[in-house]
Design a protein around this ligand. Sequence first.
Ligand SMILES: NC(=O)c1ccc[n+]([C@@H]2O[C@H](COP(=O)([O-])OP(=O)(O)OC[C@H]3O[C@@H](n4cnc5c(N)ncnc54)[C@H](OP(=O)(O)O)[C@@H]3O)[C@@H](O)[C@H]2O)c1
Length: 308
Amino acid sequence: MYRRVLITGGNGLLGQALIQKMGQSGNYDIMATGRQSRPLFAGGSCGYMSMDISDFKNVASVFQDFSPDVVINCAAMTQVDDCESEREICWRVNADAVENLAKQCRKFGSHLIQVSTDFIFDGLTGPYREADRPNPLSYYGRSKLAGENGVRHAGLDRWAIARTVLVFGTGENLSRSNFVLWVANSLKQGKSISVVTDQFRSPTYVYDLADGIERIVRFKKSGIYHLSGRETLSVYDIAVTTAEVFGLDRTLINKTDGSQFKQVALRPPRTGFLILKAETELGYKPHELRDALAELANQLKIQSSESA
Ligand SMILES: NC(=O)c1ccc[n+]([C@@H]2O[C@H](COP(=O)([O-])OP(=O)(O)OC[C@H]3O[C@@H](n4cnc5c(N)ncnc54)[C@H](OP(=O)(O)O)[C@@H]3O)[C@@H](O)[C@H]2O)c1
C-alpha cells in the first residue's frame, strides 16, 4: 500500500532531492508543498499544493485534504544572518510553525520528520553524536532547537529529528545557493574568494541526506539521527577539495579566519557529526566527499548542456 507523504519546502534544495528519491522508489504517494503557487521543478512524480507553514489555517486545510501518513518538514528560514536580524519571522517559521505542524500530525496520526541542524551546538567539542547537549550560538540555532523541542514534546506516537550539516547539491530554480556551488561558480568566473580555516564541518551531499530520511520513513523510526557526510574538515579544505574535483584554480582560494571574517550571526567553530547510529540503525552509507563532488560536477555539466 502506498504511504501518503507530505513534503514541505518542496521547492528547496533538500525538498527537491527528496521528491526525486522518494518518487523513484514507487512506494509513496507524494504531495509536495511550497510557498509558491506552482512547483519550481519539472517531473510529474508528485502532486503539489501551495502551503506556507506559518499560516495555520493553510496548514490545517492541506492536512484535511491530504491526510498524510508521513510529514517531512524541509521548510525553514535557512539564511543564518537574516535570522539574526529578522527574529520574529525566523521564530514564526522555524519554531512556532513546527509546533503547529506537530499538532496537526498528532491529530492525523502522522509520522513527523523534522529536519534540523548542527547549529544547535556551540561547536566547542565537535564532532557531535545525537545525545550531546545543544547550546546554540545564533538565533537560527535557537529557533531550530525550539522546533526540535516542539516535535519531541507534541505527544506524537512517531517522530524523528534528522540533523544535518553544510548541505550541497543542485536543483531547479533554487532560491539560494550553497557553499560548494558558490565556490565552484566563483572559481569558474576567475573570482578569488576568502574562506575560513577555523570552522570545521562534515559536508553532506543532498542525495545522501534524502536517502537517510527515506530510510527513517521506510523503517518507521523515532528519535534523533545525525545524517551528514563521514568526513569532518575545515571549510577552507572543503573549498580546496571542491576546486580539485571540479578541475578549477585552487590558488584563487585565500585563507582567512574568524578574527578577520566577521558575519552577522556567530558560527560554531567545530561541528561535524558522528553518524554511527544512522549507519547501524538505518544502513546509511554516505558517499565519500570526493565521489559526491564528482557526481555533482557531472550533474552540473548535464544541466548546463541541457540549457545551452
Ligand atoms: N543547507 C544547509 O546547509 C543545511 C544545514 C543544516 C540544516 N539544514 C536544514 O535543512 C532543511 C532544508 O534546507 P535546504 O538546504 O533545503 O534549504 P532551502 O533550499 O533554503 O529550502 C528551504 C525551503 O523552505 C521554504 N520556506 C521558507 N519559509 C517557508 C514558509 N513559511 N512556508 C513554506 N516554505 C517555506 C523556502 O521557500 P522560499 O524559497 O520561498 O524561501 C525553501 O524552498 C532546513 O530545515 C534547514 O534548516 C540545511
